[in-house]
Design a protein around this ligand. Structure first.
Ligand code: 5GP
Ligand code: MN
Length: 339
């Protein structure tokens, strides 16, 4: 949808106060939480009634974010969430565009016959179910789009909470501006956000310098003992099964970031983290350059994402999951060793 058309339609949607539910994706990350909170706080400023809902818990290092304590977890509070959804006038879906990413909320969302808005930066959005859509892949994050929307309405809408939440989303989705920076625009937007946020240094510390000792030792174990480097495929794979995670007293968020470390080797083009979670195997893919982990995740791992960062899941054992990954690599060898 054209940007101008989006703003026209959004203007109409925001015209009169309504009941909104703002929703983001399963296993929410900094951008999911940051964009949802920033957008919901903007809606509140315009006089709307807003609930923020995600399918399941988010990492503890995001719990300090302004407004995070009010986020409803669908798996923990299902009846209340269903009631709010049933009473809502409008839905805003942020940071995802495929229904399966709503997890257990998917069926309930499918049954709702209300207006929807989509704000996202993933590939191939199906625009048909939405009243209006702001979707671009060449932006750092959904939080950047939300900040752009708020700035478009007027800088006076930015306050410390909104600016902080949007900054967290941008910082986490770019790995502290180490990737997914497509041009100067993200820095222009961040400059505005930093004018209004508490302190950039403090935000960075609150997100990144909060490891438990177990989490740091898990990282050491993952790299020191579990990283398999496959030179023929410019690939590194780290796997962590349930028993290994439990031995480091795994908490949600503890494996966040591990997948990025192998890419710091010059020779590595793709890094994969494979973890065992509540009966499913989760894949986290990262790449450098043109190799599309989105294509790989979509074709073989029931997932997707972006060219350089994607995820997926398989319902199988860890052994079968690793076997499948190894079996596929020869098919991608030429692409992996390119450039
Ligand atoms: P992560 O590896 O950090 O979990 O995810 C990396 C990127 O891939 C994120 O942008 C996320 O939205 C996307 N992603 C992760 N898991 C899935 C999945 O199961 N399906 C789809 N379509 N995208 C995913
Ligand atoms: Mn995102």
């Amino acid at each position: 949808m054209e940007r101008e058309r989006f703003y026209q339609l959004l203007g109409k949607a925001l015209d009169t106060p309504k009941r909104w539910v703002v929703i983001s994706h399963l296993n929410p990350d900094g951008d999911a939480i940051g964009s949802s909170l920033a957008f919901s706080q903007f809606l509140q400023k315009l006089g709307h009634e807003v609930s923020v809902m995600v399918p399941n818990a988010f990492p503890g290092f995001l719990a300090w974010m302004p407004g995070a304590d009010g986020i409803l977890l669908y798996d923990k509070d299902t009846p209340r969430c269903q009631q709010l959804l049933a009473e809502a006038d409008w839905l805003a879906l942020l940071d995802f565009n495929s229904p399966s990413r709503a997890g257990a909320m998917q069926d309930t969302l499918n049954q709702l016959n209300i207006n929807r808005i989509l704000i996202d930066h993933h590939r191939d959005p199906d625009e048909s179910p939405y009243y209006c859509v702001r979707s671009e892949t060449e932006v750092s994050s959904t939080s950047e789009l939300v900040a752009e929307i708020i700035l478009q309405a007027g800088e006076s809408y930015l306050d410390e909470s909104i600016a902080t939440n949007a900054l967290v989303g941008i910082v986490t989705d770019t790995g502290s501006f180490s990737h997914s920076v497509f041009g100067p625009q993200v820095f222009s937007i961040c400059a505005k956000l930093i004018e209004h946020a508490a302190s950039y240094n403090q935000i960075h510390q609150l997100v990144y310098d909060t490891f438990s000792e177990d989490r740091l030792r898990l990282l050491g174990f993952a790299i020191g003992h579990k990283m398999e480097v496959l030179d023929d495929y410019s690939t590194a794979i780290i796997s962590l099964d349930k028993r290994e995670l439990e031995s480091f007293h795994y908490q949600i968020g503890d494996t966040e970031g591990i997948v990025n470390y192998p890419l710091s080797m010059k020779k590595i083009k793709m890094a994969v983290l494979v973890t065992e979670r509540q009966g499913v195997i989760r894949f986290s893919f990262r790449s450098k350059g043109s190799f599309s982990v989105h294509a790989l995740a979509q074709a073989h791992f029931n997932g997707g994402g972006h060219v350089n960062a994607a995820g997926g899941t398989l319902n199988c054992s860890m052994e079968e999951a690793l076997e499948k990954l190894h079996r596929l690599l020869p098919e991608y060898q030429a692409l992996l060793n390119q450039g």
